[in-house]
Ligand binder design. Structure first.
Ligand SMILES: [Zn+2]
Length: 112
């Protein structure tokens, strides 16, 4: 009986920790971005804004970004794509290899 209560407390603690991390995830943006990456990046006149991924580094030609799965937290190896021209948006669908969650990656380019 005693151990059953202890187990219930552990489960409750785990549930509330999970809830807290979900809540704090909301505060850092819809998806949250991986550590060491930026949501926004400036290259001269270009201003990049990423959704669903974080920007590792960017030049006028190429943008390297890192995706973190919003469902399971899996961190994808860095990917590089063409930097969108001013006013354009780079878009892709990414499927998490761990949990098969589909995440939409957007990198919007505007003038600084
Ligand atoms: Zn996942």
């Amino acid at each position: 009986m005693k151990s059953k209560n202890a187990l219930a407390i552990i489960v409750l603690a785990l549930l509330s920790t999970g809830l807290m991390s979900v809540l704090s995830g909301c505060w850092t943006g819809y998806y949250g971005i991986p550590e060491g990456t930026k949501q926004e990046f400036a290259i001269g006149q270009l201003h990049l804004k990423a959704t669903g991924a974080g920007i590792v580094t960017a030049s006028e030609q190429k943008t390297t970004f890192r995706i973190r799965c919003s469902m399971c937290g899996f961190i994808n190896p860095d990917m590089t794509g063409d930097t969108p021209k001013m006013g354009d948006t780079f878009k892709m669908m990414w499927a998490c290899p761990e949990c098969a969650h589909i995440q939409i990656i957007r990198i919007e380019s505007s003038s600084n």
